[in-house]
Design a protein around this ligand. Structure first.
Ligand SMILES: Cc1cc2nc3c(=O)[nH]c(=O)nc-3n(C[C@H](O)[C@H](O)[C@H](O)COP(=O)(O)O)c2cc1C
Length: 306
């Protein structure tokens, strides 16, 4: 006898795919990921999500955060939790900013312009990639009050790099983020299969490093408070943000999740996604008894023995 759903043409609830659509509110960053996977063309999805070789480092970065546990603190006054902080002397609403990723127009029609407006509205920093697909002038003009930094690959033609630096400086980009970890391209299997032009996929810097979270404590110890240390790679929840700060990062940056937000609803999608992770971080601070970002320290976490 056939199961009843073949007869009724209705799937039982348990078999209905749980990919949320825009009609269903998305509740966490991985909901946006599921939406993007469902809606983007396969080659675009593979470009965003694919790591180098077996993608071990990408997966390790995410798993590493899960091995750290928060230590809740009770009976603390957390009525006025304040997530604001500063980077390079500029105030941001939370230590959660936007990593450089190229080719936003693959994901949403006015790509980087939407991202820039969302970052401005959220009050966080947006690092624009050398491989932005909108003109830098348009990105600056669409979000004139936004804090923007520029990610640079230093070109062998130093004159070309100099001109680019002068151009971004005149457009109000406040800092240069120089990518130094691409002596050679990773072997991006998905893009090769999809025949994407590898010249366009120049780097995935997190995929060339050991796990960022392992490197973090070493870097923080080495710089001895002389400079701010930031982390990107694998941040997916507000708890992850708190863990990174507890290990000494001043701020974290999101790469892929921003592209998932763009794929969902452009500017509004990125705003929504940033709002969700900022709210999660606010909750994490309250649960660990922190009213201000400055109070976050190593005592708030422990490494799981599981
Ligand atoms: C599709 C894609 C494009 C990227 N483009 C750049 C880039 O142009 N410049 C750069 O320095 N890093 C680039 N990155 C690396 C990101 O800045 C970031 O380090 C990485 O995505 C890890 O963060 P995540 O785990 O939040 O994605 C890119 C990453 C992805 C996934």
């Amino acid at each position: 006898m056939l199961p009843y759903f073949f007869l009724s043409k209705q799937l039982p609830d348990a078999l209905i795919p749980t990919i949320p659509g825009p009609e269903m509110p998305l509740a966490c960053l991985t909901d946006f990921q599921a939406f993007a996977r469902e809606r983007l063309p396969k080659s675009t999805w593979d470009f965003i999500e694919g790591g180098a070789d077996d993608s071990f480092t990408r997966d390790d970065n995410i798993a590493a955060f899960k091995r750290i546990r928060l230590r809740p603190r009770y009976l603390k006054n957390v009525v006025n939790v304040d997530t604001r902080t500063t980077i390079q002397g500029e105030e941001i609403t939370a230590p959660i900013c936007i990593s450089p990723t190229g080719f936003h127009c693959l994901v949403w029609p006015d790509g980087e312009m939407s991202t820039a407006r969302a970052a401005q509205a959220a009050g966080v920093c947006y690092i624009t990639s050398t491989f932005a697909t909108c003109a830098l002038e348009d990105i600056a003009a669409t979000a004139p009050r936004g804090l923007r930094w520029f990610q640079l690959y230093v070109h062998p033609d130093r004159q070309l790099s100099k001109q680019l630096v002068q151009r971004v400086e005149s457009l109000g980009f406040k800092a240069l983020v120089i990518t130094v970890d691409v002596p050679k391209l990773g072997n991006r299997r998905h893009d090769i299969r999809n025949q994407l032009d590898l010249k366009l996929n120049l780097l995935l810097k997190d995929l060339h490093s050991p796990k960022e979270i392992d490197a973090l404590a070493e870097v923080v110890a080495a710089v001895k408070g002389t400079m701010e240390v930031y982390l990107d790679g694998g941040i997916r929840t507000g708890n992850d943000v708190l863990k990174a700060l507890a290990l000494g990062a001043k701020c974290v940056f999101l790469g892929r999740p921003i592209l998932w937000g763009l794929a969902y609803k452009g500017e509004d999608g990125v705003k929504e996604l940033l709002n969700i992770i900022k709210n999660e971080f606010h909750t994490s601070m309250a649960l660990t008894g922190c009213q201000s970002v400055a109070e976050i320290n190593q005592d708030m976490i422990q490494f799981s023995r599981l």
